[in-house]
Design a protein around this ligand. Structure first.
Ligand code: NAI
Ligand code: MG
Length: 486
């Protein structure tokens, strides 16, 4: 069994009280590694180390910070194979996605962020000849970063590079279900010359290690990606020092297909939008499929064809499009929605199978957490399977008649993360982009995220767009200086 230590003040360490948590390979259900079960004392050690590192780093000239980040980006590109395999073993995300997408993309992202480090500028406010007024951005200090289990490395590299470019030190708390790839990735930090204590990673449970980080008075801000419910808990716990919170949360995103759409392209895009990207375990999963009535039946048939072509199985096989659900509790959660759907009056269109319905009985995968790509036709958007984030390869489909009706259903959700619109009608595309309350609207495409384009949620999907040229502002404090000249 492999062991991955915390990374604290530049050293590998176990938890102070010696506790460990098991990490499971979700494609077999077997424990394959263990990680520290850190507590408040470990988090406090990490915050102390980060506090020490923060000030000299903030004074390091931005061009020097950028150079170190570029070295890190280069190092990431040297370790794509090893890190993608670790992540796929740990959370079941298909190697096709970690190796071809997340890891190479992370290296490019860190290059982009390095380019922002030396372009931080304030403004001069021309208020009156008697005063000089200017603004300046400065680092927050120590930032806490809390990461979920669906795409750990991609989030680690994106958040930590932005925090460092802005001049902060960080304490990272990865998800207890999938920490191994992040803990392994810390080995390269010192090699590229980043100072000790600048980046610390403390593994452990959310309610213990995560809570200690959120409540710690030495942490100025928390950057959190995860569920909307946990965000509520964190919000309540952050009051100790009224720390700032950057939240990237869940979604129940509509993917809307009009009768005038290129139906082939739409079916491929809609299927990929819910069934791949971690087998539907993605905040931006297009889980509500709205189809204009005249093409509803035809479109659903095309969707069935596309879903049928997706290979479900061993995530280590590059031919696999859909690996397992990342861990046992999440698997049970998805299965509970497969039971709930029909009880609520949803009609199964395809899929619905789990475990050995999907992978061969008697194979190594028989103990894994597999779910078939699934579609339900629903009588109303009010069903719980239409309103609650399932976080698996399970979508609902419903027909609509008019554009107004499509917009009303699309917006009938507490979430506001993303939306897809498939139409050949240019003016309709713009009307919908304006009317749908979501942080990202994709037209004739879906699930497109790029570091140069801001990404974030509205409503209960979050409050902190990441990416784009202004991305570092999220990691800095704005200061105003007034100099009296009279
Ligand atoms: P979660 O939101 O509880 O976990 C995310 C991170 O928060 C983990 O690192 C966890 O340890 C930490 N955390 C949990 N409780 C905490 C606390 N009290 N204080 C500080 N940190 C805490 O998500 P969970 O329970 O693993 O998944 C449940 C559901 O959340 C999923 O079924 C899915 O619907 C949603 N989710 C959404 C994600 C997204 O990308 N938007 C990512 C992961 C989960
Ligand atoms: Mg695991």
């Amino acid at each position: 069994m492999r062991e991955f230590g915390n990374y604290l003040d530049g050293e590998q360490r176990t938890a102070r009280d010696g506790g460990w948590l098991d990490s499971t390979d979700p494609s077999t259900g077997q424990v394959w590694a263990r990680i520290p079960a850190s507590g408040a004392a470990d988090v406090d050690d990490a915050v102390t180390a980060a506090t020490r590192a923060a000030e000299p780093w903030a004074r390091t000239p931005p061009m020097q910070r950028a150079a170190l980040l570029r070295a890190w980006a280069g190092e990431i590109s040297q370790h794509v194979e090893e890190l993608s395999e670790l992540e796929t073993r740990d959370n079941g995300r298909a190697l096709r996605e970690t190796r071809m997408g997340d890891l190479p993309g992370s290296s490019l992202l860190v290059h982009y962020v390095a380019g922002l480090a030396d372009k931080i500028t304030g403004q001069t406010v021309q208020l009156s000849p008697q005063s000089l007024n200017y603004t300046a951005y400065e680092p927050v200090g120590v930032v806490g970063v809390i990461i979920p289990w669906n795409a750990p490395l991609a989030m680690f590299f994106a958040k930590v590079s932005a925090a460092l470019a802005a001049g902060n030190a960080v304490v990272v708390k990865p998800a207890e279900q999938a920490s191994c790839s992040i803990l392994a990735a810390t080995a390269m930090l010192e090699r590229v010359g980043l100072p000790k204590g600048l980046v610390n990673v403390v593994a452990g449970d959310g309610p213990t290690a995560g809570d200690a980080l959120v409540a710690h008075p030495g942490v100025g801000k928390i950057s959190f990606t995860g569920s909307t419910d946990t965000a509520r808990t964190i919000t309540a716990r952050s009051v100790s020092n009224l720390k700032r919170l950057a939240l990237e949360l869940g979604g129940k995103s509509p993917n809307i297909v009009f009768a005038d759409a290129d139906l082939d392209a739409a079916a491929a895009g809609v299927a990929a939008g819910i069934y791949t990207g971690g087998a539907g375990q993605a905040c931006i999963a297009g889980s509500r499929i709205l189809v204009q009535a005249p093409v509803y039946a035809e479109f659903v048939e095309r969707l069935r064809e596309h879903a049928g072509k997706l290979a479900v199985g061993d995530p280590m096989d590059l031919a696999t499009a859909m690996g397992p659900i990342a861990f046992a509790e999440q698997y049970e959660k998805v299965r509970s929605y497969l039971e709930l759907g029909p009880e609520e009056g949803a009609e199964l269109v395809f899929g619905g199978g789990t475990g050995t319905d999907v992978v061969p009985a008697g194979s190594a995968l028989a103990g894994g957490y597999f779910v078939a790509p699934t579609l339900y036709r629903v009588p109303s958007n009010a069903l719980r399977i239409c309103q609650e984030e399932i976080f698996g390869p399970v979508a609902v489909a419903m027909p609509f008649e008019t554009e107004d009706e499509a917009v009303a259903i699309a917006n009938d959700t507490r979430y506001g993360l993303a939306a897809g619109v498939w139409t050949q009608n240019l003016t309709r595309a713009h009307r919908l982009a304006a009317r749908i309350k979501a942080g990202s609207v994709w037209v004739n495409t879906y699930r497109r995220i790029h570091w140069a384009v801001p990404f974030g949620g509205l409503k209960e999907s979050g409050n902190a767009p990441a990416g784009g040229v202004d991305a570092l502002h999220e990691w800095m404090d704005l200061k105003a200086v007034w100099i009296e000249l009279s």
